[in-house]
Design a protein around this ligand. Structure first.
Ligand code: SF4
Ligand code: SF4
Length: 464
């Protein structure tokens, strides 16, 4: 089988051996879960429950304040009592309102009281999209973009390919591989469902070639599934950041997402393999997105493994026989992988819909973080897979010139962290770009609010 790739990219140490090939272990029901009410990219939710309420696993507990497309509900992941609704630190290091549910004991019905199953192949497109939204589906491999929105491109954006992202290029993470190994039928089913919804006839499952051994398994499931359309497997070079949407599209289709554009501008929709499995289960089992698979690894994790945990689980609530952490060696905690993940101050942060891994690193696994001045070596430029100029973007942000940073490509940055990884001056480039994007979003929101206020004032004066 031919192996494709994108231009540039890095060979980073994969560090996957501790969990590679290990089955996914179901966590013992935690004594509590801490569920952020906003886990998606879009309009905010409000709590639908109050302190003291009893909730069932699978029950909707938060939904949009006002209706709109960019909204996704959140569900209880265990049966129990709502003990608190309060701000807590979330996996992106920001404070957000969380619903704390204390377990009533092991769930009598661990499958929960879900929605009735729905046949994705006979229901209408609208019913199918509603089911995906009702199940709280967001991308499980990234920023939490609502899945029902991704699957509803505007009519002027025709789609040729659905791409299942199973590249898993981040060091340490092995969850996607475990999902493909254990639930290939669900993955193919999820792919067939979104092909039905979007009317797209071609799908490619993209994996790095370090997972080539899984190709026969997937090809067998494709044959057994016998779904309409053409589903194939595409192998890509093991290269960082092969799993980035833009990189995977280029590697598998030869197309480029234009600057400032989205995958649909290259006539593609990309979904993580875990999301596809969850979508299949939302139809066949009626199950909302209340559990997720993730890798827990790193030198300070004494029992590295792939786990399936209810959303909102804290590692600190798991028994040491299941999850043993060597706090004496723990130096850095990452939610996500070491390239794109967020460093957080404590292990007691809830697992969210988009938590692909928790990496507990020792001093030997981290590198010195003392920044020195830029030596203009251009390594960051040579290694940026999006062909941006990280050094210039950084200089502009440091000078407070947000507009110039945007001109230099800030919004095209996929936050892959390659520039930070190669920078000999240890400049925290990607971290600055995240802050810069946040500042830009805040500026845009402020401008929008001001325009709305001005319009409202103008309307009021016109009436008088
Ligand atoms: S500028 Fe952005 S896209 Fe380019 S290497 Fe740095 S983090 Fe990756
Ligand atoms: S890699 Fe670091 S030191 Fe080299 S040009 Fe980029 S920012 Fe400067």
């Amino acid at each position: 089988m031919a192996v494709s790739t994108f231009k540039r990219g890095l060979h980073v140490p994969t560090r996957k051996t501790a969990t590679e090939g290990k089955p996914v272990e179901l966590v013992p029901t935690p004594k509590q879960v801490v569920i952020p009410i906003n886990q998606h990219f879009g309009a905010p939710n409000q709590s639908l429950v109050q302190v003291g309420d009893t909730v069932k696993r699978g029950q909707k507990i938060a939904d949009a304040i006002s209706p709109g497309p960019m909204t996704v509900p959140v569900h209880a992941s265990i049966t129990g009592i709502v003990k608190k609704i309060e701000p807590r630190t979330q996996s992106n290091n920001s404070e957000g309102l969380c619903i704390v549910i204390e377990a009533e004991g092991p769930d009598e019905n661990p499958d929960g009281e879900f929605m009735p199953p729905l046949d994705a192949f006979t229901c209408t497109r609208e019913e199918a999209l509603k089911r995906i939204r009702d199940a709280g589906m967001t991308g499980m491999g990234g920023a939490g973009f609502p899945s029902h929105v991704k699957l509803s491109p505007p009519p002027n954006k025709p789609i040729d390919f659905i791409i299942a992202d199973g590249a898993e290029c981040e060091p340490y993470l092995t969850t996607d591989e475990a999902v493909i190994t254990e639930k290939p039928h669900r993955l193919i089913q999820g792919l067939a469902i979104i092909m039905k919804i979007t009317g797209v006839k071609k799908a490619i499952i993209g994996m790095e070639d370090n997972k080539a051994k899984l190709v026969p398994l997937l090809e067998q499931e494709i044959r057994l599934g016998n779904y309409d359309g053409d589903i194939t497997v595409g192998l890509c070079k093991t290269l960082y950041p092969q799993g980035g949407e833009k990189m995977l599209i280029t590697a598998l289709t030869g197309r480029e997402v234009p600057s400032g554009g989205l995958p649909m501008d290259a006539r593609c929709i990309v979904q993580n393999v875990g999301t596809l499995v969850a979508i299949a289960e939302a139809f066949t089992l009626g199950k909302p997105l209340i559990d997720r698979d993730l890798t827990v690894s790193g030198g300070a994790c004494k029992l590295p493994k792939n786990i399936r945990a209810p959303i909102g689980t804290l590692l600190t609530d798991l028994p040491p026989a299941f999850m043993d952490i060597d706090y004496s060696r723990l130096r850095k905690i990452l939610f996500g992988g070491p390239m794109m993940g967020f460093a957080v101050p404590t292990v007691a942060i809830p697992i969210q819909k988009n938590t692909s891994g928790i990496i507990l690193m020792t001093a030997e696994e981290t590198y010195a973080t003392v920044e020195t001045p830029c030596i203009h070596c251009a390594r960051c430029i040579r290694n940026c897979p999006c062909r941006l100029s990280p050094a210039i973007m950084n200089d502009s942000l440091e000078a407070g010139d947000l507009d110039y940073a945007v001109k230099a490509g800030l919004m095209d940055c996929i936050e892959c962290g390659s520039c930070t990884f190669v920078c000999p001056a240890r400049i925290k480039l990607v971290q600055r770009f995240r802050v810069g994007k946040g500042r830009l979003r805040a500026r845009q929101q402020a401008a929008q609010a001001a325009a709305q206020a001005a319009a409202a004032k103008a309307g009021a004066s016109a009436k008088t």
